[in-house]
Design a protein around this ligand. Sequence first.
Ligand code: BG6
Ligand code: MG
Length: 219
Amino acid sequence: VLGAVLFDLDGVITDTAELHYQAWKDLADELGIPFDREHNEKLKGVDRMTSLKLILQNGDRTYSPEEMEKLAHSKNERYKELLTTLTPEALLPGVRKLLKALRRDGIRTALASASRNAPTVLDRLGVTDLFDYVADAGAVALQKPDAEIFLNAAAGVGVHPLRCIGIEDAEAGVISIHRAGMPAVGIGTTETLPDADHHVDSPADLTPALLREWMNEFP
Ligand code: BG6
Ligand code: MG
């Protein structure tokens, strides 16, 4: 029986991937490191410091831990600036409707995002009150693809992991959901998310009935 739906944020609820890209791109340009949208694909679902390391790999020098802290901070300041442009219109189609339908059916909702900016993003999108719980990305020791953030989200709504389903747009997140023992719905294709149990193009294609059905057929 489906007890809770656990959502990723970036790429599932809104398309902040582009804002993350712009913030990283500004930093990479300043450092003279090549970085493009294709490379940015590899950063989806990946936490801030790991993302920075993946970018610095393409440079020709090494950075001290202090320098890296500064660079990560500077990217985040830029990202926060860009977040001020975010409005409820940036909510992906169908998200609000799905969240409301889940609530009507007594199914809990939680956010399991790697982003420490998640509460700000939810506020700007105007959907904070439609989530029963927001897992704290800053309190997570093991990032996606580890199961921790999805297990935290399940615990936060008081639902056993085996009664939860996760929704992700990144392969690291899909693996994380599976490690937590849950079925994974991929916003994407079998090509971009080979491990997801089910695929849809958009959250608008999801209903509580469909999620219930997928939960019940999961081994
Ligand atoms: C994920 C994004 O949701 O959050 C990543 O997909 C991002 O691109 C990560 O790096 C961490 O976000 P933040 O806001 O804590 O830097
Ligand atoms: Mg994502």
